[in-house]
Design a protein around this ligand. Sequence first.
Ligand code: NAD
Ligand code: GLY
Length: 362
Amino acid sequence: MTDTLQKLEVALGARSYPIVIGAGVSQDAAALAALVGQRKIALVTNTVVAPLHADIVERALGATVVRIVLPDGEVHKTLDNVARIIDVLVANRFGRDDLLVALGGGVVGDMTGFAAACYQRGIDFVQIPTTLLAQVDSSVGGKTGVNHPGGKNLIGAFHQPRAVLADTALLRTLPARELRAGLAEVIKYGLICDPDFFAWLEANAAALLALEPAALAHAIRRSCEIKAAIVARDEHERGDRALLNLGHTFGHAIETVTGYETWLHGEAIGAGLAMAAHMSVAAGLLSAAESARIERVLQAFGLRTSAAPEVAGDAARAAMNLDKKVQAGRIRFILMRGIGRAFVTADWPEDALAATLAARFS
Ligand code: NAD
Ligand code: GLY
């Protein structure tokens, strides 16, 4: 373990849990033993992560582990694969007191969490996220679920993990493109509520892209602190938690129209952040200079700011109407009054959306 070890808490009363961040935390046998106790463990992972990291994590768990290896990719985030997890739990006679461990990115984490939410009406699970996106976002906050052919994440439940172990050493095997996609979610946190963190990201792009351990640990910690604070005050997204969806109305539209295949989730969110900034300028809320800063930081991290030419504006608009954030027929956008000053609104000008669709889609 390194001196960059960081620990914080998601404060949810009796369901509070730690997030531990640092190189080697997934192999800290003493910490794992305290979490696991005498329980049976099923480790859920996928065909890409298993050969890279499953053996060392299983050794550190130090117990008999049933390994469940799912196929890789967003297209496999399905009810069928959750049923596969549950079949293994039944076959191995897992009880209410046993434990699931998710070792993988957001796809594995979301499915494992959903299986844990459903099995015997809820068993414990631990997140060991292995992508940057999962370490800064999907492993924290208890949103679990799967996709339906009719839309992304349409099936799911809130079910908080017992702990999140974000091991920055596991990111060394992550493809550069996946790292950049995760950085989109990191930028999101600065834009929501922390202009100083945004400025830190502007200054530290090179260190983050080079996986410099202290820079990574700081970015993950600040991201998790912001998410944990928002989740603690609005666990079930009745208010503020919707802020975490900054960029997501545009991003989900890009993913839906392109069939979840050509754009990574984080890449779509990165472009969605630029689009939310563009729409905020068009609505007279954000200065063009701040929007330009946002675009520059996205570009510094190798992220796109437009969905043209492959996504048509009318197809994106149609996809937005299916978004889970639609209430009483009205899309709720997250817009910005400045960097670090995001807000949720159903009261947005149609011409601002039209301007963004015209400028950033074909
Ligand atoms: P992912 O889980 O598909 O992982 C990306 C790719 O990286 C996969 O091919 C995976 O096998 C591979 N990989 C994972 N760890 C690796 C490692 N250490 N080394 C090498 N390869 C590795 O995608 P993701 O970006 O982690 O997560 C996206 C998913 O998360 C989406 O389904 C999205 O809806 C969900 N999500 C959920 C929440 C939430 O709050 N629950 C929040 C944001 C995103
Ligand atoms: N990623 C959005 C949320 O957790 O609420």
